[in-house]
Design a protein around this ligand. Structure first.
Ligand SMILES: *[C@@H]1O[C@H](CO)[C@@H](O)[C@H](O)[C@H]1NC(C)=O
Ligand SMILES: *[C@@H]1O[C@H](CO)[C@@H](O)[C@H](O)[C@H]1NC(C)=O
Ligand SMILES: *[C@@H]1O[C@H](CO)[C@@H](O)[C@H](O)[C@H]1NC(C)=O
Length: 407
C-alpha cells in the first residue's frame, strides 16, 4: 500500500509541476513584452516596437550582399554598401560587423606605409582574369588593341566567369580558373548562354561520376532530361523539376519537349551509339571494325576528338571528321580540336570569311590574319601581343618558319 501511495503522490507532484510549467509558459505568451529587455526573446515584437520589418527581404539588395540587421535582433535586411575602386576601406574594423566592403572584383589593399591607416579598394591583379581584363583596358586606352584581342569576363571574386567570348567569333565555357570546358556557341547567341551545365559536369567529373543531367551544345542545361527511361522537365533557373516523372514513351507530350532540339527517342546520336556499343560488348560479340567506343559530350552528341584505328580526328557533333584534321594517337594528349570546331561553327553560320586557320591536328595556327593585320593567338584562338601589318608577319614573336604547328 505504501508503494502505491508513494506512486500516487509522485504522479500528483508530476501533474502539479507540469501545470506550473504550462502556467509559466502561458504567462510568458500572454504577458506584456518588456521592451527594455536586452534579450532578443521575442524578435517580432522587438522589430514592431522599433518600427523595423521582421521578415528578410530577399530582393532589397539586388545582387549586392545582404545581412540581417546586426544591431537590433536581426530585424529585416541590411544591404552591404559597395565601395568603389580607389575608395578607402578598413582592413581592421572596430565594429564587430562591416557595413561597407570593397565592391565586386575589388580587394581592400592595406596602406603600405601604415597598417593602421585605412586601405584602398583595388583590383587585385594577382587574379589572372582581372589582370588580363586590366591589360585589355590599358591597351584599349593606348589604342593598340588588335582584331583578335578578347576581354575576359571575370566574376565578382575576380575568377573567370563561365562564359567567355572571342571577338566576332564564338563563345565558350570555362571553369573559374579559365580552363576550357565543353560548350560553345556563336557570339550572336551569347545572351542565351550560361554554361551552368558545363560547370556542373566539370564538378561531377572531378568527383568521379560519369552520369548526370544532359546539357545543350552551348553548355546550358537541357530542360528535357531522362534517366533510366524516366523523363522530366528541368527548370535551369530554379534547379527544380516542374513536370515529371513521365515514362520515356510519353516524351513528346512533355511541355519542355521541343522538336527543334529533341528527338522522340530522347538519345542524341553519340549517346545512342554508346548504348549500342555497350550492349554489343556485353554480349561478347567480336568487334571487327576499327571503331572505338564513341566519346560523347554532356549533350549526347560526339565530342570534338574521336579515335579511329590509331589516329585521332577532329569530329563534328555527328562523329564525322571535320575537313581532314587528324593526328596519330601517340601525339594526341593535348589535342582539343578547338580550332577545327570553331572553324566549322563559323563556316556553317555564314562567317566563313573570318574563320580561323588551324594546324593539321585541329589546334590553332600560332598566328592568324584578319584584314590587313596579323597577330599571335593562344590555345583558344585569342590574340596576345600587338598586331602587325600582314606584310610584316615575320616580326611577330610567335612567327616561326620551321614547323609552326609543332608544339
Ligand atoms: C523588398 O524590397 C523591395 C526593393 O526595395 C521593395 O520594392 C519591396 O516592397 C520589399 N518587400 C517587402 C516585403 O518589404
Ligand atoms: C525550341 O528551341 C529553339 C532552339 O533553341 C528555340 O529557339 C525555341 O524558342 C524553342 N521553342 C520553344 C517552344 O521553347
Ligand atoms: C607578348 O605577350 C606575352 C604574354 O602575354 C608577354 O609576356 C610578352 O611580354 C609580350 N611581348 C611583347 C613583345 O609584347
Amino acid at each position: 500500500m505504501r508503494r502505491v501511495g508513494e506512486m500516487l503522490a509522485g504522479m500528483l507532484a508530476g501533474v502539479l509541476v507540469l501545470a506550473g510549467v504550462l502556467l509559466v509558459l502561458v504567462g510568458v505568451c500572454v504577458g506584456e513584452y518588456q521592451h527594455d529587455s536586452i534579450l532578443c526573446d521575442d524578435v517580432q515584437a522587438i522589430c514592431d516596437i522599433n518600427n523595423l520589418p521582421y521578415d528578410k527581404n530577399e530582393t532589397l539588395c539586388g545582387t549586392r550582399q545582404s545581412f540581417l540587421n546586426p544591431s537590433e535582433c536581426n530585424c529585416g535586411t541590411f544591404c552591404l554598401q559597395d565601395l568603389a575602386e580607389g575608395n578607402e576601406c578598413d582592413t581592421k574594423s572596430v565594429l564587430s560587423y562591416p557595413s561597407r566592403l570593397c565592391g565586386p572584383q575589388l580587394t581592400c589593399v592595406p596602406n603600405p606605409s601604415n597598417i593602421d591607416e585605412p586601405g584602398t579598394c583595388k583590383k587585385n591583379s594577382a587574379w589572372p582574369c582581372l589582370h588580363l581584363a586590366q591589360q585589355y583596358e590599358l591597351d584599349e586606352e593606348a589604342g593598340v588593341l588588335g582584331p583578335g584581342r578578347y576581354k575576359p569576363t571575370c566574376d565578382d571574386f575576380g575568377r573567370y566567369s563561365p562564359v567567355q567570348c572571342s571577338p566576332s567569333s564564338t563563345c565558350y565555357c570555362v571553369n573559374p580558373e579559365g580552363r576550357r570546358l565543353f560548350g560553345e556557341s556563336l557570339i550572336a547567341e551569347q545572351d542565351k548562354m550560361d554554361c551552368r551545365c558545363a560547370v556542373y559536369w566539370d564538378e561531377i567529373e572531378t568527383k568521379g561520376f560519369s552520369q548526370g543531367l544532359r546539357c545543350l551544345a552551348n553548355g546550358n542545361f537541357d530542360s528535357l532530361n531522362c534517366q533510366d527511361n524516366i523523363c522530366f522537365c528541368f527548370d535551369k533557373d530554379t534547379n527544380t523539376i516542374p513536370y515529371g516523372p513521365f515514362p520515356l514513351n510519353s516524351l513528346s507530350t512533355l511541355p519542355c519537349y521541343n522538336t527543334s532540339l529533341h528527338r522522340e527517342e530522347y538519345y542524341n546520336p553519340c549517346h545512342k551509339q554508346q548504348l549500342l556499343w555497350d550492349s554489343q560488348s556485353s554480349e561478347n560479340m567480336v568487334i571487327v571494325s576499327e571503331k572505338r567506343r564513341p566519346v560523347c559530350s554532356p549533350d549526347g552528341y560526339y565530342a570534338s576528338v574521336q579515335q579511329l584505328g590509331n589516329t585521332a580526328y577532329c569530329s563534328d557533333i555527328y562523329g564525322n571528321i571535320i575537313e581532314d584534321f587528324s593526328h596519330t594517337i601517340e601525339q594526341t594528349n593535348e589535342m582539343t580540336c578547338n580550332c577545327a570546331r570553331r572553324r566549322q561553327i563559323m563556316e556553317e553560320n555564314g562567317m566563313g570569311a573570318s574563320k580561323p586557320k588551324c594546324c593539321p591536328n585541329g589546334e590553332y595556327y600560332p598566328w592568324q590574319k584578319r584584314g590587313l593585320l596579323a597577330y599571335c593567338v593562344d590555345l583558344n584562338g585569342n590574340q596576345y601581343n600587338e598586331s602587325v601589318a600582314a606584310t610584316d608577319i615575320q616580326s611577330l614573336p610567335c612567327y616561326n618558319t620551321l614547323d609552326p604547328c609543332q608544339q
